[in-house]
Design a binder for this molecule. Structure first.
Ligand SMILES: Cc1ncc(C[n+]2csc(CCOP(=O)(O)OP(=O)(O)O)c2C)c(N)n1
Length: 555
C-alpha cells in the first residue's frame, strides 16, 4: 500500500470519520486514497472554515478533529483557527500537503516552511522525511493531540512521499493511561483548606467541560456551598446555567476579578487559564490573605502568572471526585450545615437575579429595532433542552449567556481567543458530531463576513444549523471598546471603520445564493414565528435579526 492509503487506514483505525479540508495540487495523491476508505471528506470553500469545522467537531465530540489544508498559503489561511485551537486545547490534527521533496530547494510555488509557521501553536509540528516514517509520525501526532493537556498538532505531507510504498500494520496508536490521578497528599491538603473555608468560591475554566467533569464540579460546589464563577473569557459550560451556585463568567480584568473574589477566603480554580485579560489593569486578581488552590491537567497553567497556595496537576475529573470525597470526610456537622445554608442563600439570590433579567428582557419586547436581550430570551423559549449553541455574537454574548437555557444536557461553544471566522465553520463540525441535536449559531453580522462560505458547506452537507444573526450593521463591541478607553474621537462620535453601511450587507441574498433558507425580521412581534420556522427547517437556515444599534462603554 502507498503511504497516503496507509495514513488514511490509521486515521480510520483511530476512529476518525470525517476529514475536513480544502484541496489543492499537493493534496491530490492523499485525497485519491480516500476512495473506498470510509473516511468522509467534508469540503469547505476556505481553509479557515475547514479548520473551524474540524475544531468544532473535536470540541463537541471530544474526539480527534482532522483537517487537510493546501500547503503554505492554505495553512496560512487557517492559522487563526489553529491559534484558537491552541488556546481552546482542542485535539486537532492539522495536515497539509507539501511540494515534492525533490523540488523544495528550488522554492516551488506555494511551498514554505510549515513547521515554522505553526511554531508556538501546536504541541508538535513535523514534516515527513520519508514514507517509511509516515505511520509512526501519524500515530505520534494523534496520541499527542489526544493526551491531556490536549491540543493541536501539525503534520506536513510532501506529495511525492504519499505515493511511495509503506509497510505497516495500519493500526491506531495504542490507548495509554493518560489521565494521571492527582497526588493523594495534595488532595488531602486542598480538602482541608476548602473544608475549613467560611466563604469558598470556585473559578471554573473550560477545562472542566473538556474533561467531562461538570457533574463532579457541581457535587463539590454543593458540598462546599461554594459560588461557581466561569473563568474570564469562558467558552464552555462548567455547570448548568440554571444551577443555584452558578454566578456567570468573571469580567476579564485583574481589578474586576479581585473585586468579585474579595469576599471569599479560599478560591479553588479548576481547568482554567489564570487568567485571560481583555484590558490591562494593575494588581493581582487575588487578595493578600486569600488562599488559592489550582487544579489542572496542564502543568504549565499552575501559577502561570500569579502564585497560588497549592497547585495540583492531574486529571480534572479525578481531582474533583477525590476532592469531594476528601472534603466530605473532613467536614463536621457544623461545616455541612453552614455549606447547606450558603447553597440556599446563593440559590435564592440566583433566582431573584434570573427573574430580574427575564423581566428586563420582556420589558424590552416592544423595542424597535429589536433588543438583543429580547432576541435571546425569545430564542431561549424555542430551543429544545439539549440544544447546542455555537457563539460569535460579540456584544450580544452577555445576552446569550444570560438567557439561553444552558441546562445540564445542553452545551455552549465559543471562540476561545476571540478569533472571528470561527463560529460559522465550527457550527458545521458541532452538527456533524451531534447529528440528531439542534445546533444554533448566534453570530454578529460582522462575524458572519469572516467565513460566510460556511453556509455553502451547510447546504451541501444538508446540515440543519440555524444561524441567528444579531445584525446591528456595525462592529458594536469595538465602539464600546473605544468608549471604555475614553478615546477622544469616540467621545465625538467618530468610530473609524466600524459601521457596516453604504451599502448594508444583504444577508438574505448572501445565504440564498448558497442554498440556505433565509428570513429577515425587523419587528419584535414577528420574531417568535420566524425563529420557530427557521429552527424547524430540515436544512440550514439563516435568520437576519435587525437589532438595536446602540452601544455603551463596558463595565
Ligand atoms: C480575525 C479577527 N479580526 C478582527 C477582530 C476584531 N474584532 C473583534 S469584535 C469585532 C466586531 C464584531 O462585530 P459583530 O460580529 O458585528 O458583533 P458586534 O460587535 O456588532 O456585536 C472585530 C472586528 C477579531 N477579533 N478577529
Amino acid at each position: 500500500m502507498q503511504a497516503a492509503g496507509r495514513l488514511i487506514e490509521i486515521l480510520r483505525a483511530a476512529g476518525v470519520d470525517y476529514l475536513f479540508g480544502n484541496p489543492g495540487t499537493t493534496e491530490l495523491p492523499f485525497l485519491d486514497a480516500l476512495d473506498g476508505s470510509g473516511l468522509r471528506y467534508v469540503v469547505a470553500l476556505q481553509e479557515a472554515t475547514a479548520a473551524a469545522a474540524a475544531d468544532g467537531y473535536a470540541q463537541a465530540s471530544g474526539r480527534l478533529g482532522v483537517v487537510n489544508l493546501h500547503v503554505a498559503p492554505g495553512l496560512a489561511n487557517a492559522l487563526s483557527i489553529v491559534h484558537n485551537a491552541s488556546r481552546a486545547k482542542t485535539p486537532l490534527l492539522v495536515t497539509a500537503g507539501q511540494q515534492d521533496t525533490r523540488l523544495l530547494l528550488d522554492q516551488p510555488i506555494l511551498a514554505g516552511d510549515m513547521v515554522k509557521m505553526t511554531d508556538g501553536l501546536t504541541k508538535w509540528s513535523y514534516e515527513l522525511r520519508n514514507a517509511a516514517e509516515a505511520p509512526a509520525a501519524l500515530r505520534r501526532a494523534i496520541q499527542l493531540a489526544l493526551t491531556p493537556p490536549t491540543g493541536p498538532v501539525f503534520l506536513s505531507l510532501p506529495m511525492d512521499l504519499m505515493t511511495e510504498p509503506c509497510d505497516d500494520s495500519g493500526g491506531a496508536p495504542e490507548p495509554g493511561a493518560v489521565r494521571p490521578a492527582p497526588e493523594a497528599e495534595a488532595i488531602a491538603r486542598a480538602a482541608s483548606l476548602l473544608a475549613g473555608a467560611t466563604a469558598p468560591v470556585i473559578v471554573a475554566g473550560d477545562g472542566v467541560a473538556r474533561a467531562g467533569a461538570q457533574a463532579e464540579l457541581a457535587t463539590l460546589a454543593e458540598l462546599l456551598g461554594a459560588a461557581v464563577h466561569g473563568e474570564p473569557i469562558h467558552r464552555r459550560l462548567s455547570v448548568s446555567g440554571d444551577h443555584p451556585l452558578w454566578r456567570g463568567g468573571l469580567y476579564p480584568t485583574a481589578t474586576a476579578v479581585a473585586k468579585a473574589l474579595e469576599r471569599f477566603d479560599v478560591v479553588l480554580i479548576v481547568g482554567a487559564n489564570v487568567f485571560t485579560w481583555l484590558f490591562h489593569a494593575p494588581g493581582s486578581p487575588f487578595g493578600a490573605s486569600q488562599r488559592v488552590v489550582q487544579v489542572d491537567d496542564d502543568a504549565r497553567e499552575i501559577g502561570r502568572s500569579y502564585p497560588v497556595t497549592l497547585g495540583i496537576v492531574g486529571s480534572v475529573r479525578a481531582a474533583l471526585s477525590a476532592l469531594a470525597r476528601a472534603v466530605g470526610e473532613q467536614q463536621d456537622d457544623a461545616a455541612r450545615a453552614a455549606a447547606r445554608e450558603r447553597v440556599a442563600t446563593l440559590g435564592r439570590a440566583r433566582e431573584a437575579h434570573a427573574r430580574r433579567l427575564a423581566a428586563a428582557a420582556d420589558a424590552a419586547g416592544d423595542r424597535v429595532p429589536i433588543a438583543p436581550e429580547f432576541l435571546m430570551r425569545t430564542l431561549a423559549t424555542l430551543l429544545p433542552p439539549d440544544a447546542l449553541v455555537v457563539d460569535e455574537s460579540a456584544s450580544s454574548l452577555p445576552h446569550v449567556l444570560r438567557h439561553l437555557p444552558f441546562r445540564a444536557g445542553s452545551d455552549f461553544f465559543g471562540s476561545k481567543t476571540g478569533t472571528l471566522g470561527w463560529a460559522m465553520g465550527a457550527a458545521l463540525g458541532v452538527q456533524l458530531a451531534h447529528p440528531r441535536r439542534k445546533v444554533v449559531a448566534t453570530i454578529g453580522d460582522g462575524s458572519v463576513m469572516y467565513a460566510p462560505q460556511a453556509l455553502w458547506t451547510a447546504a451541501h452537507e444538508q446540515l440543519p444549523v440555524t444561524y441567528v444573526v444579531a445584525n446591528n450593521a456595525s462592529y458594536a463591541i469595538l465602539k464600546s471598546g473605544m468608549l471604555t478607553f475614553g478615546l477622544p474621537a469616540a467621545k465625538r462620535g467618530v468610530f473609524p471603520g466600524m459601521d457596516l453601511v453604504d451599502p448594508e450587507i444583504d444577508y438574505l441574498a448572501l445565504a440564498r445564493s448558497m442554498g440556505v433558507l433565509a428570513v429577515r425580521v425587523d419587528k419584535p412581534g414577528a420574531l417568535r414565528d420566524v425563529l420557530a420556522r427557521a429552527l424547524a427547517h430540515a436544512g440550514p437556515a439563516l435568520v437576519d435579526v435587525a437589532i438595536d444599534r446602540g452601544f455603551e462603554a463596558m463595565r
